[in-house]
Design a protein. Structure first.
Lengths: 114, 117
């Protein structure tokens, strides 16, 4: 069965620190998609990245980077030089190849203090 | 591209009344839309999958007579919370399956915060 685990419930860092949010997933599918979303206090889900199971290249987008490791079924998210505006709940999610089901992790609340 | 509009963003209603939440895909057609519920400090829980022109598929434990879903067109799905009670107070968020745009996959609405008093 598909499952996404975000073991870190809440993380607090001081501005400018780097922080890594962990995501471990389980699936029997060979083709699947992994996502990261940001949910600020206002509630909307902000899409950050989508990665398909055949693309293990790490990605960097500004201060954000993602490390996809199929060998360990992990899709970790790193924020470099964190800012107060990064404070939010971050969700990792897994989708079946046909997008029929979408599985969310429990989320990690990130607090970035000035 | 691939924008989903959800209305209202918040609503307060009296116990026993019904509330309708709309989810529209603005620049694409969505044959499939999804409705989620999120309790405070918890993850999103899939309630049902809405397919255009057919009955919605509800997840186990979700009362279909309580949460009526209608997907009458390729751009609109509605969730009606019938005879709302305080325990229905929650954050409801929809998503639509987009087949274009850089975030191929799910596009989420901005959510509706329902408070039943």
């Amino acid at each position: 069965a598909q499952k996404v685990t975000q073991a870190q419930t809440e993380i607090s860092v001081v501005e400018k620190e780097d922080v890594t949010l962990d995501c471990v997933y389980e699936t029997r599918d060979t083709t699947y998609y992994l996502f990261w979303y940001k949910q600020p206090p206002s509630g909307e889900l902000v899409f950050l990245i989508r990665r398909n199971s055949f693309d293990e290249q790490n990605e960097i987008s500004g201060r954000y980077s993602w490390n996809f490791q199929k060998s360990t079924s992990s899709f970790n998210f790193t924020i470099t030089a964190s800012q107060v505006v990064d404070s939010a709940v971050y969700f990792c999610a897994l989708s079946e190849y046909n997008f029929n089901k979408f599985y969310f992790g429990s989320g990690t609340k990130l607090n970035v203090k000035p | 591209g691939a924008v989903v509009s959800q209305h209202p963003s918040w609503v307060i209603c009296k116990s026993g009344t019904s509330v309708k939440i709309e989810c529209r895909s603005l620049d694409f057609q969505a044959t499939t839309m999804f409705w989620y519920r999120q309790f405070p400090k918890q993850s999103l829980m899939l309630m049902a999958t809405s397919n255009e022109g057919s009955k919605a598929t509800y997840e186990q434990g979700v009362e279909k007579d309580k949460f009526l879903i209608n997907h009458a067109s390729l751009t609109l799905s509605t969730l009606t919370v019938t005879s709302a009670h305080p325990e229905d107070s929650s954050f409801y968020i929809c998503s639509a399956l987009a087949d274009r745009g850089h975030n191929y996959g799910y596009t989420f609405g901005s959510g509706t915060r329902l408070t039943v008093v």
